[in-house]
Design a protein around this ligand. Structure first.
Ligand code: SF4
Ligand code: SF4
Length: 468
């Protein structure tokens, strides 16, 4: 019986499945999958699509649910407002997400691609179903593609691509709404096409790109463009759980007596539904997005021929070749430790992040001043960011050592989204100024409640200057 290595050798290919020998694009006509996993995927995809299109209209604590204003560097996520001062949190969140995806890939392969990646969700659950609706199933689509252009084909093409363009346009408008907010988007649309002409051109250009990706480029994004897809080779190992064909059970394929032939009846149902056009029986391949369509297809075939399901299933190469259970290797444990550490850190930082962020810096180039007979003063610049949706009034008090804080100008208050800036003097008794650099702790109070503590320094004369 041939080994898996022989088997792989015999099915070696030197180009993606969608390229002909001459390097031309081969168009795919995948069948619409049916089965349990596809139903779950559809539920997830439609929920995510609904959330994507509706979220810009939803408000929480009088702010949009999600608001990504890159221009004014203000971000709102589920009622929490983030400013450039919170940039470290954003960086940490992005790093955590990347580590999470890498860890997930090491353990579960490319499941992110097939189940939640926006490329797959838009293509398989929005654009492709429209194609099935207008052009018919896979066979009818192929017939139509080979048919000369006539009135019916032209009508179908115009209808399909017209709908694609409308969806692309509204999708890009939705993206813009995440950046500008729906109210501002309404103002932009109000004056179209003469006013805001530049924005209109930008939106139309992105609509064109979106349409091109989903109407024509399609699976090439996953195979040729996506860096995450190209990184798979270094993240997967023999313990990774992914969509795999049980060649021990399936080979030799073909119809025949049990014991002489394997369970695979070589019906090609798994290939027919594959959105990237591969034959999973050739082993893990770079095009596989772990969408599980081939699992559904093969399970329904197995049911028909009265054999156990799971000829194609989620399994690791090791579990198939050695019949072992999935093991967590050192790499998975190390990644998990890093991930848990980062999650704890980011949760802590989000929890201690206050609604008001105050920074006090000693004015550049200033030294201490005599203040009256028995005190010294230092001049400071204060900046207070109000991250809440209402006006805040705060008071500052010196916690250590004892002293006085004199705010110049108006009392310390900031409206919603406002950054208040003031100059202030800190006055300390000469007897409390022990050295040329003294530590200060300042309390920030809102309605009498301590909401933040800030540390700073107070410059005094050095000990020699103090000698009588
Ligand atoms: S081989 Fe199976 S899991 Fe992989 S992309 Fe094709 S249908 Fe999806
Ligand atoms: S669907 Fe199952 S039985 Fe049919 S070719 Fe694929 S692996 Fe073999």
């Amino acid at each position: 019986m041939e080994t898996f290595e022989d088997y792989q050798e015999s099915t070696f290919r030197d180009r993606p499945t969608t390229f002909s020998k001459e390097g031309k694009r081969l168009w795919l006509f995948p069948k619409m999958p049916k089965g349990k996993l596809y139903n779950i995927r559809r539920g997830i995809a439609w929920s995510l699509l609904a959330f994507f299109y509706v979220a810009p209209f939803l408000k929480f604590r009088s702010e949009p649910l999600i608001f990504l204003n890159f221009l004014e560097r203000k971000f709102v996520l589920f009622g929490n407002t983030f400013y450039p001062q919170d940039f470290h949190l954003l960086v940490l969140a992005v790093i955590t997400l990347v580590v999470f995806i890498v860890l997930f890939t090491v353990i579960y392969g490319r499941i992110f691609c097939g189940w939640v990646c926006p490329q797959t969700i838009f293509l398989e659950f929005l654009y492709r179903p429209i194609e099935y609706l207008i052009d018919g199933n896979s066979e009818k689509q192929q017939e139509l593609a080979q048919h000369d252009m006539d009135a019916i084909k032209a009508l179908k093409r115009i209808l399909k691509h017209g709908i694609y363009l409308v969806i692309s346009f509204f999708t890009i408008l939705t993206f813009v709404a995440y950046v500008t907010g729906v109210d501002k988007l309404g103002e932009i649309l109000d004056g179209w096409p003469l006013q805001n002409f530049g924005i209109l051109v930008g939106i139309l250009a992105f609509t064109g790109v979106h349409y091109f990706v989903f109407a024509w480029f399609r699976e090439q994004v996953c195979t040729m463009v996506c860096p995450y897809g190209r990184l798979q080779g270094v993240m997967l190992d023999v313990n990774t759980i992914l969509v795999a064909y049980d060649y021990k059970r399936g080979e030799p394929r073909g119809k025949g007596e049990r014991g002489i032939k394997g369970d695979c009846i070589n019906c090609y149902s798994c290939v027919a539904v594959c959105p990237t056009g591969i034959d999973i029986r050739n082993g893990t391949q770079l095009e596989c997005i772990n969408c599980t369509a081939c699992i559904d297809a093969c399970n329904s075939v197995m049911k028909r021929v009265k054999k156990p399901s799971g000829l194609i299933r989620f399994a690791s190469e090791k579990s198939i070749s050695e019949g072992e259970k999935v093991r967590f290797n050192a790499r998975v444990i190390a990644y998990s430790a890093v991930l848990v550490g980062m999650l704890v850190l980011i949760t802590y930082l989000f929890t201690v992040r206050g609604d008001v962020e105050t920074t006090i810096i000693r004015s550049q180039g200033t030294m201490f001043q005599e203040y009256g007979q028995d005190s010294y003063s230092n001049l400071y610049n204060l900046q207070m960011v109000n991250k809440t949706n209402s006006k805040v009034n705060v008071e500052l008090k010196l916690l250590t050592p004892e002293g006085e804080i004199i705010i110049m100008g108006d009392s310390l208050q900031a409206a919603k989204d406002e950054v208040a800036q003031r100059n202030l003097l800190i006055v300390l008794k000469k007897t409390d100024v022990k050295s040329s650099n003294n530590h200060l702790e300042i309390g920030v109070y809102e309605a009498g409640k301590l909401i933040d503590k800030i540390s700073s320094t107070f410059v005094g004369p050095n000990s020699l200057d103090k000698q009588p």
